[in-house]
Design a protein around this ligand. Structure first.
Ligand code: TTP
Ligand code: MG
Length: 242
């Protein structure tokens, strides 16, 4: 993979198989390494669908997605999964230990690296308090940790893999505002050379993003920085006010 991995959408449209209307319509943007691209928009706007196209959970119906200038179809699934860490909207933990969950995608990570990832994800404190720490057991689906802890463990897992692209689907919403802010500040260093794409509910999560895409009914209706959008986009103003 030519690194660093710029993610580029070129006139991408997508509809779920069997559905009449497309969910995404003519989406074009570039997410550059070292930058944060944020996606905001109401529920059902297509944010998750858009993110899921990047690791090829589905393929675009029209248009093209490229990473590092190479079309996804030419990259191969192994390369894609090695280079992309996605934290899904409903993060999932496997039955096993905290360590084995963190090593998914980072088999050779040392314990030190796992603790470093946990620290960035603001998860080192509660893992240190658990009996067995990295060896502490996670039940199927991660039901013996809280939703916010599960989210942070999945963020730590994403970091441990050291990818060139990070996809965060609403990953900060279960966190209180202060933890959210600390976590994003801590993310700056480990993600500084990566393309970071963040779907967010809370505007405060993304005010510092290099570019914000406002998605509405599958279309990008506005784009810019927080300050620019406050001036130019009624949809964005409504989101901020809500
Ligand atoms: P999403 O992409 O899930 O919308 P979203 O992520 O913006 O919403 P939220 O903020 O609630 O997370 O859905 C867009 C549309 O696609 C919606 O009409 C539901 C539909 N859809 C399917 O038909 N099948 C699917 O598997 C998914 C994920 C969505
Ligand atoms: Mg979603």
């Amino acid at each position: 993979l030519p690194t660093p991995g710029t993610v580029e959408f070129k006139n991408v449209s997508f509809g779920y198989p069997g559905a009449e209307a497309p969910v995404l319509n003519d989406i074009s943007f570039t997410a550059k390494p070292g930058q944060t691209t944020a996606i905001i928009g109401s529920t059902g706007a297509g944010k998750t669908t858009l993110l899921n196209l990047i690791p090829r959970l589905y393929d675009a119906t029209e248009g093209e997605i490229l990473i590092g200038g190479v079309p996804l179809a030419e990259l191969g699934r192994d390369t894609i999964s090695r280079n992309i860490s996605a934290v899904p909207q409903r993060p999932y933990l496997f039955s096993g230990t905290i360590g084995s969950n963190l090593r998914f995608g980072a088999q050779n990570a040392t314990e030190e690296e796992l603790w470093e990832a946990l620290k960035v994800a603001q998860a080192d404190g509660f893992v240190a308090e658990r009996e067995g720490q990295l060896d502490s057991k996670i039940s199927q689906g991660g039901t013996n940790v809280s939703g916010g802890q599960r989210q942070r463990l999945c963020i730590a897992r994403a970091l441990a893999a050291k990818p060139s692209t990070y996809l965060f689907d609403d990953s900060f919403s279960a966190l209180d505002v202060n933890t959210d802010a600390r976590l994003r500040a801590a993310l700056a260093e480990p993600t500084k050379d990566a393309a970071v794409i963040i779907v967010a509910q809370r505007v405060s999560t993304i005010t510092g993003a290099d570019q914000i895409l406002v998605l509405d009914h599958g279309e990008i209706v506005a784009r810019g920085t927080h300050e620019q959008l406050l001036e130019t986009s009624e949809t964005y103003q409504e989101i901020v006010a809500s």
